[in-house]
Design a binder for this molecule. Sequence first.
Ligand code: SF4
Length: 691
Amino acid sequence: MTATHCPYCALQCGMNLVPENGGLTVAPRPDFPTNRGGLCVKGWTAAELLRHPERLTQPLVRDRKGAALRAATWDEALDRTAAAFRDAQQRYGREAAGVFGGGGLTNETVYLLGKFARVALRTPSIDYNGRFCMSSAAAAGIKAFGLDRGLPFPLADVARTDAILLAGGNPAECMPPVMQYFDEQQRRGGQLIVVDPRVTPTALGATLHLQVTPGTDLALANGLLHVAIRDGLIDEDFIAERTSGFEAVRRVVASYWPERVERVTGVPVQQINRAAHILGEAPTGMVLTARGAEQHSKGTDTALAFINLALAMGKAGKPLCGYGCLTGQGNGQGGREHGQKADQLPGYRRIDNLADRVHVAGVWGIDEHDLPGPGRSAYELLASLGTEGGVRALLVMGSNVAVSAPHAGAIDERLGALDFLVVADFFLSETAEHADVVLPAAQWAEDEGTMTNLEGRVILRRRAAPPPEGVWTDLRILSALAGRLGCGTGFPPDARSAFQELRRASAGGAADYAGITYERIAEEGGVFWPCPSEDHEGTPRMFLERFGTPDGRARCHAVEHRPAAEEPDGEYPFLLTTGRVMPQYQSGTQTRRVAALLGSIPEPLLEIHPATASLYRIGEGDAVRVMTRRGEARMRARLTRGIRQDTLFAPFHWGGAGRANLLTNPALDPTSRMPEFKVCAARVERVMEPA
Ligand code: SF4
């Protein structure tokens, strides 16, 4: 039996893998403190993919554009990849070689992928799909607290706080085992306020549900703070002692009187007042955001508005209080710390900071001047593919951008315009279908490595079985490619060596892993960063005495509501918002291949209110066409009174003609470069199917 973790979301539930019938099966692991034995249906079925018949087990190459993929040896596939990168860089410059990573990769792979781009390719062109996930909350956390760790407290604290405001999150469907903490909080007499345009299972269980219009969370947060100030619910002593910049916020929110906020958000005045009082009068409280509030062209400002609310009420930097974001992807936290972001070096260091560059260059044994500078953010990198000055040869590892990136039709075109695309994955994903070379990669149970869960707890995945014959680990792939590019050393193919180097590279940085070892993680059930030395106990709770800013004060930011980048009009009269359903994970490359997960929702769906559906003669289960200014997608209608009449909801887990991201708007947040996944203008019509 091997004690390890689920391969999917950021809860990183502990699980045991047990040998059975020549394979592995999942068993509970009650000793792991985060999920305490609980798993969702995705976790229970995860081991099925290890022996899935569609598993890639040998490299594939395409002899010319338009030809079919054929089997190849590793030597041929890697030689072609290295030659293509060299050729692109000789013809177009160093930045013409690009790397695109993922928020599900281990810390070791993330670390080596960033080093591969900067040292083996010497290119600034690297970013990853976490830019589409947590980047707005991360940017807001850095602005306000000087440091971004999704939750600055363990989940156990959620169960003991008095009031929680959760904006744009649906953990009851997306990570069900986490609900044990929210349920316990309410059993103890605590109150839960959920902000969501839909009546989700999480909202159904809440004390109060604010059914906000998509794209107006910022106005709601400012309105709640307006009421809090008006009704004496803020903590003036905390504001004076622990924050800066609040007077500008006070001036801005003065005009967010509840009647105005009701008009903008659709949330009734009485509910705005009640929510402010629940949170403001509670002795302890937390403000949490997730993708619903963050994936907007104003996502950073929205997260800042919720942070202002927590700070003004004195509900941060104290026990059982704080602002946090519910990270989504499996290693969404570690994946944003160790160097696969365009502007970042390991340990949450900045690539445009001289001291940070000197430190990391020293660990990597190179001259600081040889380190490239910042590159393009994820969508901007993808939009540059095959263009003049853009990326011409791209490595994609752990990401399926053809499904998960916004304006997916344009992404298809850009992938097709590349001189060369190499994809490392377990299955032939929609992105891999575009590739010139496909490299079969090991799955989570076939290699060891660390992940950092949504609490900031660094955990250890153990190897339960060797990869199938012909399949390589991510680290071995990077090591072999680096060798072919002239870097025969510095790219260890084993996780332990990579982690030892990561510890040194992160030492002294914001996300300091220097004191974390595999042995400690195993003994202690995970170690919370920052952990600067082996005799340091780690940091489960942050900011209790000072925030991470130079003066130790949290910074309040005056932020104004502004409309979404695209608003409904006569041609596109509805608000389309996208999200998740319980049995699927991200782009579905893995979960769409598990029969038990497909059973309940076998094809792309569109949630629509019955009153709206009747206007268009749409019935339950009808085929519908959803259209926006970027494209159209085919889905099946699901009628529900749990959605606003002006709103349509589409999960984004499917490929092909049902891709929700064919519709989404790539308008970017000016700070985080997050695309506006959560709101655009759309129209819908019934598709007549043959009888
Ligand atoms: Fe836990 Fe998330 Fe895996 Fe479900 S998908 S078992 S919630 S880690």
